[in-house]
Structure formats: C-alpha cells, structure tokens
Design a binder for this molecule. Structure first.
Ligand code: 13P
Length: 262
C-alpha cells in the first residue's frame, strides 16, 4: 500500500467449490474470525451463484459490512439467454460486487475482451463494483508479453468506462501461471506489473484516477506471503482463491491487509 490513502480490498473467490452447508459454515467462520465490520478495509466474498442467497442472508443477519460478490454476470438485462444471470438478478440477491474477466472465464470458457468490457459496463451501470481481472499466461510471460497483455486487457476491459465510474472499479492483476499453482509472483515482480497497470490507467484517464484506483494481486496469495505483497506501494489488496476456502487463512490475509493500511 502506498500513502495515497487507497482503502485495501481483499476478496475471496470461492470458485466452483463447496456445497450449501459448507458455504454457510465458511461465511460464519470468516465473520467469526474477522468480525462483521472489518475496519479500514473492504472485504468481499464471491460464492457460486446457487449459494448467494444463503451467504447473503447470513451476512445481513450479522449486519455485516462484508460485501457479497458474484463470480460472473451477463451483460443483457433479461430475455432468452439460457443459463445466464443478469445484473438485476444479482442485485436482487444482495450482490454488490462482480468479478469480470477472471482468467478461468477467459481461458477455460473462452471470453474475449469485448465480452469482458460489456460485462464491466453492465455491472457499473447497475451501480455495482466491477472487479476487472487481467493477467498474462505463462506462455505470454515467457514471450516477454506481460506488459502488453496487461495493457491490452486493461484498455479494452475499461473501454467507455467513465472517469466517475472508475471509483467503482477494482483491477485484479492475476498472472495465470500463479493461480492455483502455489507459485506466487515475487513482491517485486508484482509491484512492477501493478505500477505499469496504474500508468496505463493514468494514460486512459488522468493521474488522479490512477492514484485512486485499487489494483489488487491474485495468484497463490496465502497468509505467509500476503503481508509482503500488500506492503508494496501499488498493491492494494488481494483476490484469494484456495486460501479463501479456509476461514482462518482468509482472515489472516484480511488482517495483513489491515496491517499494511494502518
Ligand atoms: P489461488 O489463490 O487459488 O491461486 O486463486 C487465485 C484466483 O484465481 C483468485 O481469483
């Protein structure tokens, strides 16, 4: 974290894991470990669609400020789009943040930058926070394309997003080779990527927007490396996969975020 006063953001992306019972147990464990109103930090959890209502009802029962997030959305408001879920449907379930363009959506499901951009715009138009995920594959990294990929995904993902709406955008830099592999980017490598992404945002908007936007890191972030990563000046939090499925580990990462911010 820098001195720019950016509030850290830590999200737990539960991906396609668990069941209704374990989702309820996990969110209760998270609230027990971090408290319902974690101070000085934004915390979000992103359960699979079928468990949103269950997790949301536990959060609101606890009057928690932990945000309920969704892992994906479709950009159309309604209609004949079998299997898809709209922004309004998510909002109806209490969702306030949406992951857009996660690498598993890009590389496993096949979403392109245009699709990702439509989803970002729909999420923002619906008044929610969009967590735009970007990051290079191992092949792209080895070909020296890391910065070009991050620039392209940032630029195309944010096309037509207004400077005002950038207050509700979080950029998650998630190098694909670090996701679920136990291989984390070094704090220095991640910092380098984050600083370059911030300068792309400055070029698209202005220095003020770039200073305000939160850029978080994802990819094998764990309790033992979270502090070193988030202490970097341009790393404003984390998007956590595997470690977010254990309440104690996720809480330890949240505490690391609070620690570097204060
Ligand atoms: P892991 O923390 O399991 O590497 O996953 C990161 C991620 O993809 C979060 O969105």
């Amino acid at each position: 974290m820098s001195d720019a006063g950016r509030r850290p953001f830590v999200g737990g992306n539960w991906k396609m894991n668990g069941d209704r019972g374990s989702a309820a147990t996990l969110i209760r464990g998270v609230l027990g470990a971090i408290g319902a109103d974690p101070e000085g930090i934004d915390v979000a959890v992103f359960p699979a669609f079928p468990y949103l209502l269950e997790v949301g009802s536990i959060l609101s029962g606890d009057q928690s400020t932990v945000m309920l997030g969704a892992q994906d959305v479709y950009h159309q408001p309604n209609g004949a789009f079998t299997g898809e879920v709209s922004v309004e449907m998510l909002r109806d379930c209490g969702v306030s943040a949406v992951l857009v363009g996660h690498s598993e959506r890009r590389h496993v499901i096949g979403e392109d930058d245009r699709t990702v951009n439509r989803k970002v715009l729909a999420t923002l138009n619906g008044g929610m926070t969009a967590v735009l995920c970007i990051g290079e594959t191992l092949e792209q990294r080895e070909a020296g394309e890391t910065d070009a990929v991050n620039e392209r995904q940032t630029r195309l993902g944010l096309a037509e997003v207004s400077a005002d709406d950038m207050d509700r955008v979080v950029i998650a830099y998630e190098p694909v080779w670090a996701i679920g592999t136990g291989r984390t980017a070094t704090p220095e490598d991640a910092q380098d990527a984050h600083a370059k992404i911030r300068s792309v945002v400055a070029g698209l908007y202005n220095a003020d927007v770039a200073e305000r936007v939160r850029i978080i890191y994802g990819g094998s972030m764990k309790p033992d490396n979270a502090q070193a990563l988030m202490a970097m000046p341009d790393i404003d939090g984390g998007l956590i996969g595997g470690a977010s499925l254990k309440a104690a580990d996720f809480a330890a990462i949240v505490r690391a975020g609070v620690g570097v911010a204060s």
